[in-house]
Design a protein around this ligand. Sequence first.
Ligand code: NAD
Ligand code: DAU
Length: 336
Amino acid sequence: MTKILITGGAGFIGSNFVRMLSAKGGHELLNLDALTYAGNLENLTELEADPDYHFVRADISKRKAVEGVFADFRPEVVVHFAAESHVDRSVLDATAFVTTNVLGTQVLLDMSRQYDVARFVHVSTDEVYGSLGPTGLFTEESPLQPNSPYSASKTGSDLLVRAAHHTHGFDTVITRCSNNYGPYQFPEKLIPLMIANALEDKSLPVYGDGKNVRDWIYVEDHCEAIARVMTNGKAGEVYNIGGNEERENIWVVKKILEILGKSEEQIEYVKDRPGHDRRYAIDGTKIANELGWTPKHDFESGLKATVEWYLANREWWERVRSGEYREYYEENYGAR
Ligand code: NAD
Ligand code: DAU
């Protein structure tokens, strides 16, 4: 049994990763999560009775609390998802982004070295590379040119992980992935927001001209890629992960409406996001050639499956939108 500490396991990608590793078996998993607005234990209710899964509520930027968790659990591997992850929120206030993404990552690196963790997997993002023009792809050698407070804080954490390897010889691997979609994504991000608004007959706010491009990857593909990097990646290396599925935002929004049989009249063009990155697209040659990983899901069928998940799990996102999911922790784990 490998002991794996997963940070941010109550969020979107982290909860999908915990579920995937639990299904694979052979791991004892500890999910460390602060349960911010984005953390939702209802994402993992089916694992509550699993003796090889544990949850602890802690903030990665609080050194003492994190040290207590490392001292008790003694993880062999750390997979680090916990972050403030939404660009629009970072435009409004970057404070939590610096505290969690930068300071929190350094605390985890320090504790991981102190408690002899064998491998630290850092889940970074393609947004560290900034924005592309109409052609070209991000490779692992592309310059780091983050444009939003979110991506700048993620770049800070990414470089601290690099420094821990270079300075201390600590075993780290970094993944930089494109835009994820799929079950359990918080309905502030483009795809779940548009699905939920469409179903509630609300307007669908498209920023600017709607022609910004993202490279979409189904969350299960991203999780499989992280698992591959965790087990087979080379220490000190960075691996890009992408879906090979570039789409303009307006294409995505119209496709969601088409799948739901709803009218395009629900679309509303709104003021653009400040500093809005125009295009992201990943060159995934390195992970394909060195680790034999490529994405399995195509965007059209993945998007259809995702829309169907939100239709079948209406209670999940309605509880998130109403704030009721916040009560779940107290009911099941006691007062905060
Ligand atoms: P999310 O916002 O859904 O989840 C983040 C989780 O981190 C939540 O459970 C939250 O409670 C937890 N968290 C936040 N601050 C914390 C703190 N101080 N201490 C402990 N836990 C804390 O995010 P996501 O979309 O699942 O993204 C997970 C990771 O993947 C992030 O590091 C993000 O930068 C990266 N990433 C995301 C995408 C994407 O498209 N969503 C793409 C590439 C990389
Ligand atoms: O590329 C990886 C990144 O993808 C991750 O690192 C981030 O954590 C994740 O949030 C995501 O960032 P984006 O800013 O690309 O995702 P978001 O879903 O916020 O927006 C996707 C695109 O849709 C972007 O061009 C902005 C646009 N958009 C978004 C929202 C929420 C709209 O037009 N309307 C909206 O209401």
